[in-house]
Design a protein around this ligand. Structure first.
Ligand code: 0X9
Ligand code: ZN
Length: 356
């Protein structure tokens, strides 16, 4: 756990991903999400119950069936010799083939670091990955979820911005793509997604921290996640981790009068997650649509993932705190923040498992 006593630079987070893959090759694969403007590669970990374990389960099923069959055979045997009983005796069943591990499990996509200075996001997200990986096979609830869902976890999405906060300016938020104004680089990735792009709550001024970019999906970071989700087809949940404010947010951000048709389920799952989170260290997270509980923001991630990406349980979460330290959340809050957020995520996944 000492890894989560500090924040880490990009190289260290990439090493973390790599070492998870090396240590647990049956469970974790490294996924390349794509490349940024400055040429950095964005990595994810894809975590899914190992084929080995699923095959073991299939084998156990088979053994059970053989045992049943043997029992049946022995009753046939006695029927043949006792010859008195009724004619309705059943024929032995055909042996079913063991069920194959599912080829297209439902997927859950989670990332931190869309905004560069929000360091708690990547820290929490790596912690969640670690818990899913180490809990697999030892923790019953986690094992069940990791067998059922394929988790794709991307610690840092906006890697160029993140590197910039470590090397030049701790308070940098946007990516590092050039704009029409040479001394004002950077697009806000979370204003550049393609649903109701630039329709309010974003800026056309390249010098603004909420600059939406010259067109939708011109920023590499939202584009690579959107492409990944479209290609997967079976993503049931998406969580975009930000800080700060302690909010568990639902669609939409672009328009307060636009209510998702799945609002009831999305809210129920979100409130359950916030409750599970609060039960860990008592932190309160408000639940509601982006537009209603913080402000109008178009071109945000979860609007697109919900409306265009087909991801029913789409959320954006603002982690700790409520403003005392803001983006500079002290390192000794990484572990408690991670523990509570993990509880929220596990609740959400379990809700989806039971409901969908
Ligand atoms: O303004 C934002 O992009 C987010 N707040 S932050 O302080 N982390 O910058 C909230 C955005 C809400 N989420 C989406 N619209 N996806
Ligand atoms: Zn943010």
């Amino acid at each position: 756990n000492s890894f989560w006593e500090n924040y880490h630079d990009l190289a260290t987070l990439n090493n973390f991903t790599e070492s998870m893959v090396q240590q647990f090759p049956d469970l974790v694969t490294r996924t390349s999400m794509g490349f940024t403007h400055e040429g950095r590669e964005v990595f994810g970990m894809t975590i899914h119950g190992s084929k080995k374990r699923q095959q073991m389960e299939a084998l156990e099923e088979l053994v059970e069936e053989v045992e049943e069959l043997l029992e049946e055979a022995s009753s046939w045997w006695s029927w043949m010799f006792d010859s008195a009983s009724s004619s309705s005796s059943s024929k032995p069943k055909e042996l079913k083939k063991p069920s194959e591990p599912k080829k297209h499990p439902k997927a859950i996509v989670i990332h931190g670091g869309q905004h560069a200075r929000e360091w708690i996001g990547p820290a929490v997200v790596t912690y969640i990955a670690k818990e899913l990986i180490l809990g697999y096979g030892s923790n019953k609830k986690i094992t069940r979820l990791v067998d059922q869902f394929e988790f794709t976890i991307v610690p840092v999405l906006n890697v160029d911005g993140y590197a910039y906060t470590w090397e030049h300016n701790r308070m940098w938020r946007k990516n590092r793509q050039p704009t029409s104004i040479p001394f004002c680089p950077g697009i806000d990735p979370n204003r550049n997604w393609g649903y109701k792009f630039a329709t309010g709550g974003s800026s056309g001024n390249p010098c603004s921290d909420a600059y939406h970019g010259s067109e939708a999906f011109i920023a590499k970071e939202p584009k690579m996640i959107a492409d990944y989700i479209l290609k997967k087809e079976n993503v049931v949940s998406y969580i975009d981790f930000h800080s700060y404010s302690q909010l568990w947010m639902t669609p939409f951000g672009a328009d307060c009068s636009n209510i998702p048709k799945d609002d009831e389920d999305i809210m129920e799952a979100g409130m359950g997650a916030a409750k599970a989170l609060k039960d860990v260290h008592g932190k309160k997270f408000a639940v509601g649509s982006v537009c209603k509980i913080i402000y109008q923001a178009s071109g945000g991630s979860l609007d697109w993932t919900y409306a265009e990406g087909g991801v029913k349980y789409s959320y954006a979460v603002e982690l700790r705190d409520t403003g005392r330290h803001g983006f500079m959340l002290p390192e000794d809050e990484i572990i408690p923040s991670s523990e509570e957020t993990l509880a929220g995520v596990l609740h959400l996944a379990n809700f989806i498992r039971k409901r969908e």
